[in-house]
Design a binder for this molecule. Structure first.
Ligand code: SAH
Ligand code: AVI
Length: 332
């Protein structure tokens, strides 16, 4: 018999954002919009509307990443469950945990899974996911962490047994190379000698395929990009007209990453009233809103090694569009 847990016992939620997140948005805007080349970090895309638009992106024919990663997980989840024997799964940037269910089911069937720890900046997603997963997996405890994975990793609760940390979707590609390695070191600090990290990485491929994935025919990614301006309007009383900006997605061959930008259609000045900050845009001026790095096996292995992690398995699809890396702390 599965143990039956009272929903109140099964779910714990820790919230670490409160006003802190607003402060980080204000700091990022003050820093990023006063630079000669304007830039904002991608974590601010994900308010309720941004999260919904991201879900729609995942269903787009051009956005091969989600379905490919899901397929790899479906093919290999049983094996991952028996190798890791994880009692808990910690997920960074968990979102709706749609693909995670494949892993949770395999660990549940293997009889090792006790706890799931989703960590995400979007409060609603952490709460909804805790409720649905405790209903779907009898006996599972969910300890949700509403937080910023760049600031709150030390708030992940202490382990209760073998741990599997997962970082899916290729979100590691949204870090520039230097911070990527620093972040991987911080993730490594969550792992004991028997624990594992499973991380998704989008692979280098035909630039046309990549650019289409970030500039889809229906314009969903364009709307996701422009949603950032709506976040600034709401949170910081800015007066952007999103229609003043055009969505740009291009592959940077030198760095092997996609850049998303917003290009001003006309010269104008907006005001971020909460910061008393006028921001001037010239016609055609571009603001960078995201990088999404594409990897080779060599590059991701080098990043993991520099963080004290050794690659133990490389899981990919037949066309090598996407890969999942399984790694663990390097034995000393
Ligand atoms: N893991 C899911 C979602 C990927 S989208 C998937 O593979 O489909 C990126 C997710 O990371 C979003 O849910 C977003 O809210 C979250 N996120 C982005 N930046 C974050 C940050 N700095 N800290 C915590 N979560 C973040
Ligand atoms: C979350 N992250 C991995 C996505 C990506 O592909 O870099 C975000 C995204 N941006 C545009 N489309 C999807």
């Amino acid at each position: 018999m599965e143990p039956v847990l009272d929903p109140q016992e099964a779910i714990t939620i820790d919230a670490h954002l409160a006003n802190g997140h607003d402060r980080s948005l204000a700091e990022d805007v003050l820093d990023g919009l006063t630079r000669p080349f304007k830039e904002l970090p991608p974590k601010h895309f994900y308010d309720a509307r941004g999260a919904e638009l991201f879900d729609r992106i995942c269903e787009l024919p051009e956005y091969y990443q989600t379905r490919t990663e899901r397929l790899i997980l479906q093919e290999r989840a049983g094996e991952l469950a028996s190798v890791t024997r994880a009692a808990e799964l910690v997920e960074l940037g968990s979102g709706t945990a749609a693909k995670t269910r494949v892993l949770l089911s395999a660990l549940h069937e293997a009889g090792t899974l006790e706890r799931y720890i989703p960590l995400d900046v979007t409060e609603r997603m952490v709460r909804d996911c805790a409720e649905s997963l405790t209903a779907e997996y009898p006996g599972l405890r969910v300890h949700g962490v509403i937080g910023d994975f760049e600031r709150h990793l030390e708030r992940v609760p202490d382990p209760i047994g073998p741990r599997l940390v997962v970082f899916l979707g290729g979100t590691i590609g949204n870090f520039p190379p230097g911070s990527r390695r620093r972040f991987l070191r911080e993730i490594a600090a969550l792992l004991g000698p028997e624990d594992h990290l499973l991380m998704g990485a989008d692979l280098v491929k035909d630039p046309e395929v990549l650019e289409r994935a970030y500039d889809d025919a229906q314009g969903v990614t364009a709307e996701f990009n422009r949603n950032l301006l709506r976040v600034l309007n709401r949170e910081l009383a800015a007066d952007f007209d999103p229609e003043d900006f055009e969505h740009v997605a291009l592959f940077d061959h030198e760095h092997e990453w996609i850049e998303m930008r917003l290009r001003a259609r006309r010269a104008h000045t907006t005001t971020v009233r909460a910061l008393d900050l006028p921001v001037r845009f010239e016609q055609g001026e571009e603001m960078r809103t995201e990088i999404s790095a594409k990897f080779t096996r060599e590059r991701i292995t080098a990043d993991l090694t520099s963080a004290g992690l050794e690659l133990t398995d490389w899981l990919t699809d037949r066309d090598e569009l996407f890969a999942l890396t399984l790694s663990r702390p390097t034995a000393i």
